[in-house]
Design a protein around this ligand. Structure first.
Ligand code: NAD
Ligand code: ZN
Length: 353
């Protein structure tokens, strides 16, 4: 069976396109209900906050992403918003992957009963979400185009994957990523680079994923190994294309390990991927060599020996979390992946980090 996958309905791209946000949202406001803007609190008091087009009863919610999104935080935000704004006309997420994921999750939970933890998995959502739009201020995750919102729940780190999760609108304004701190920009961008490596070397690869993956990889090379004046524009499109590539294939070993790091040690996705990827020469020799060149050129030093203080129990939990992600292993290693990737082998990979 071929997947008939849902895509973002509308895309606006260009420097300064954020200024068109009010106009884009006008049709959603037709019945007078408020719009909820979820803005990364790193922009609190900054120029971007002043530029959010708040009208009448609209709500501005400053969200904190010091920790990656948890189901408990999604549930709390949903309850607060429901109390203050009823059923809003739209939910707009402005920030990096974490903020966009929070906006996706809240838009789903406003129309679906229970806790967001109940929906971690594939196609468990039954009611369409509130109209939702994503506006990245960091590029790399591909969260702007994906059909998932990655959440850490009581038991697992796993997305709410559904057609309803996909944004109705995205606004890609390269000016918004211009001032991100260099290290964060690099780690998030490498998420995209790793998406491409894992997609392009995976067993799920097809011409659709390859077309987007190769383009995204080429753009990453221009941005991180070349010298281009419009690097922000290119990075933004790399993230988009990398997301499109994995939409029709899958990620692999690095992402499976990174989810374990995130769940047990709270290590963020971008940096966690970099730490894991740096140990995966055996699986991705060319990708890892090029990644190291990029690190060198951008003077990035990864944290070392992160497992020094980690207990056996924690490692076992990381292995459990990594092993839940069966499609990732199958994409990377083929249908007999279980024979190749034993718990012991995963443990060795973790201990090397
Ligand atoms: P992030 O959203 O977690 O943000 C990282 C840090 O950068 C935060 O401190 C944030 O406040 C700050 N920040 C964001 N934009 C900034 C800017 N312009 N200037 C200064 N600081 C800024 O980072 P990310 O790497 O974009 O996202 C990672 C998250 O995305 C994880 O939670 C991960 O699980 C998720 N993710 C989701 C998908 C998906 O398909 N839904 C895919 C990959 C990753
Ligand atoms: Zn990723």
């Amino acid at each position: 069976m071929f997947r008939n996958f849902k895509m973002v309905s509308r895309v606006i791209f260009g420097r300064g396109s954020f200024n068109q946000l009010d106009e884009i949202l006008a049709p959603q406001r037709a019945d007078g209900r408020p719009v909820v803007f979820m803005l990364d609190d790193v922009f609190s008091g900054k120029e971007l906050e002043q530029r959010v087009p708040i009208n009448g009863t609209d709500l501005l919610v400053l969200v904190n992403v010091d920790q990656e999104p948890k189901t408990s935080y999604v549930d709390q935000l949903t309850a607060d918003i429901r109390q203050k704004a009823g059923l809003p006309a739209a939910v707009i997420g402005i920030g990096g992957g974490s903020t966009m994921d929070l906006a996706k999750a809240v838009s789903l939970m406003l129309t679906n009963p229970g806790s967001s933890a109940d929906y971690q998995g594939w196609d468990l959502i039954s009611n369409p979400a509130v109209y939702h739009a994503g506006i990245p201020t960091l590029s790399g995750t591909g969260a702007e185009v994906s059909r998932t919102t990655v959440l850490t729940g009581p038991q697992k780190k796993l997305g709410i994957n559904s057609d309803y999760t996909v944004f109705d609108q995205i606004l890609l304004d390269p000016e918004l990523i211009a001032n991100a701190p260099a290290e964060q920009r690099f780690y998030t961008a490498m998420d995209c680079y790793i998406h491409c490596v894992e997609s392009l070397t995976g067993t799920y690869l097809n011409a659709f994923s390859q077309a987007y993956g190769e383009k995204a990889m080429d753009l990453c090379r221009q941005v991180f190994l070349g010298n281009c004046p419009d690097a922000d524009d290119k990075l933004m499109m790399a993230s988009y294309c990398g997301g499109m590539s994995i939409a029709y294939s899958q990620v692999g070993v690095c992402h499976a390990l990174s989810y374990g790091l995130g769940f047990v040690l709270g290590i963020h996705h971008g940096i966690g991927n970099c730490i894991a990827f740096n140990q995966l020469e055996e699986f991705y020799p060319e990708g890892v060599a090029e990644f190291r060149k990029m690190m060198e050129k951008h003077h990035i030093r990864l944290p070392e020996k992160i497992m020094a203080e980690v207990s056996d129990r924690q490692i076992e939990k990381m292995i459990d979390v990594a092993l839940i992600l069966e499609p990732l292993w199958e994409n990377a290693l083929g249908s007999n992946w279980r024979e190749q990737m034993t718990r012991q082998r995963i443990k060795e990979l973790y201990l090397a980090m």
